[in-house]
Structures are given as C-alpha cells and as structure tokens.
Design a protein around this ligand. Structure first.
Ligand code: ADP
Length: 261
C-alpha cells in the first residue's frame, strides 16, 4: 500500500501527485479519477487505493487488485489531439519499467503497448482513458497504473509476478510510487512538447520481444487475420513495427505474444 503521507513527503514533482485522493477500497481508481476529472479536479491529481474491487484492463478485462499492489490513477489535461493520447500508455510503461530497473535492479521491459514485464511475466499494467470534446479536443486523460509491488503471487493470475516475488523481500511502495511519478512527469513534459521523438529510442532499448517472431492479435478480428512476423520495435507514433514476408507493417493497437506460445 502506498501511504499518501509518505508519498507526499518523498515526492519531488511539480504537479504530479501534489493533490492526492486516497481510499482504502475502491471500484476502480480510473473510474473515480474520471469522475473527478469531469468535476474539474486539477491536473496532477492522483487517486490512490489499497484495494480495487473492479480493477480494469483494456477492453473491459479485469485487473486483479488484491492487497499489496500499487493502484494509482493520474488526472492530466494535455493540450494535444486525442489521436496521440494513446502514446501516453507507452510513456507510463517506460517510466514504470525504468524505475523498476534503476531502483530495484530488476530487468523490467516494456511490453507494447501498455504493460511491463519481468522475464515472461507481467508485473505492471497501464490503462489510459480520456474525455474528449467533439472528437477533436482532449478534455482530460486518466492514466491508471497498477504495479504488483508486495502482492503475494498466489493472489495473482497465471503469467503475473510481483516485485516482492522477484526480489525475495518487500519493496517500499511509497518510495517506488514517488520515483515513478517523478520520472513520468519528466517524460510527460517531453511527450506534450514533441511527442515520442526523444523517448522512442530509449523505449526501443527496453522492449520485450524485440527482434523476436511474434503474433499480433487485433481486437475483434478473427484469428485467421492475426499478423505473424518479426517485431522490429516502436515507431515515432507509438506503433508496433512488424516485418511480415518482406514488408514492414505498423499497428496502433493489438495483443502481442511470442509465436508458438
Ligand atoms: P494485456 O495488455 O496483456 O491485454 P490488459 O492491460 O488488458 O492486458 O490487462 C488485463 C489482463 O492482464 C487480464 O486479462 C489478465 O490476463 C492480466 N492481469 C490481470 N490482473 C493482473 C495483475 N494484477 N498482474 C498481472 N496481470 C494481470
């Protein structure tokens, strides 16, 4: 559990997490953050919870949120078009993975487009949602970050791991949250000014499945339309670049897995 007082005193950000709304149990931190965003909460407002009863992933999938995890959603108001907002999932994944690598010395990688893995196991998931006006103006963004910090692996679904399980000891959740938010704020400022241009090179150095043979499944598409090819990395628009039978194809969204898994 992130302690809001500890987080507040540790945090070296300008606006991220300067206003904290902390709850014991919540349905979903993203849903509460969206509600607060519609009620004019200031940018940088952070919603924290000890447990989520209805934590969400993409496409209404469930994000298991038992005790021990870090569950936080950040309200942002970037002056960027809605079309580029999904890139913030990668920006957040990059911040989480970098913090885990630098502060815990664990080999965390970004799993395009919105997760963080250690080895083949997922340790963190990002859910980016937004409010728009007339499809053309971004009113707010809610960036949800779930990290399996001190979660017992037995409370997690298959394919998941926690930082505690990887390290063999508990982690300081408030410190980890503070370092993540600081890094994320720096990346966010770059993203708002110049998109992914200055971030993408470093992202590509820390990418799961890079240069491996992958399958990309697209939401709602039948399995015969899955894409198979070599994952060459992320481009400036945050798209996955896959080489298929000699040509390069780029995808904005989808589920990536190793071929044969
Ligand atoms: P993905 O990007 O892998 O499709 P989502 O962002 O949609 O994942 O997150 C939901 C999925 O993540 C679930 O379907 C489940 O497989 C997995 N999952 C759910 N809770 C956790 C958790 N706490 N840790 C790791 N993986 C989880």
């Amino acid at each position: 559990m992130v302690d809001p007082a500890d987080l507040h005193s540790e945090l070296g950000t300008k606006i991220f997490g300067r206003n904290i709304v902390s709850l014991d149990t919540v349905g979903s931190t993203n849903d509460l953050a969206k509600h607060l965003a519609r009620s004019n909460a200031p940018p940088g407002t952070l919603v924290l919870a000890r447990i989520q009863r209805g934590g969400k992933g993409r496409l209404n999938r469930t994000w298991h949120s038992p005790e021990g995890g870090i569950y936080m959603s950040l309200i942002l108001r970037p002056r960027v078009p809605p079309s580029i907002v999904p890139g913030l999932s990668l920006v957040a994944g990059h911040a989480v993975a970098g913090t885990i690598r630098d502060h815990l010395n664990l080999p965390a990688l970004i799993k395009w487009p919105n997760d963080v893995h250690i080895g083949r196991n997922k340790v963190s998931g990002i859910l980016c949602e937004m409010g728009v006006l007339n499809d053309s103006q971004t009113l707010f963004v809610v960036l949800g970050i779930g990290v399996n910090g001190n979660t017992d692996p037995g409370d997690l679904p298959e394919g998941a791991t926690s930082l505690k399980a990887q390290l063999g000891r508990p982690v300081g959740a408030s410190t980890l949250a503070a370092r993540t938010l600081e890094r994320l704020e720096l990346f966010y400022e770059q993203f708002v000014q110049e998109g992914l241009s200055n971030l993408v090179r470093d992202m590509n150095r820390h990418l799961l499945y890079l240069n491996e043979l992958v399958i990309l499944k697209r939401a709602g598409a039948p399995s015969q339309e899955n894409i198979t090819g070599t994952f060459l990395g992320i481009d400036l628009k945050g798209r996955a670049v896959i080489r298929t039978k000699g040509k390069l194809e780029r995808f904005l969204a989808g589920d990536l897995s190793l071929r044969g898994c």
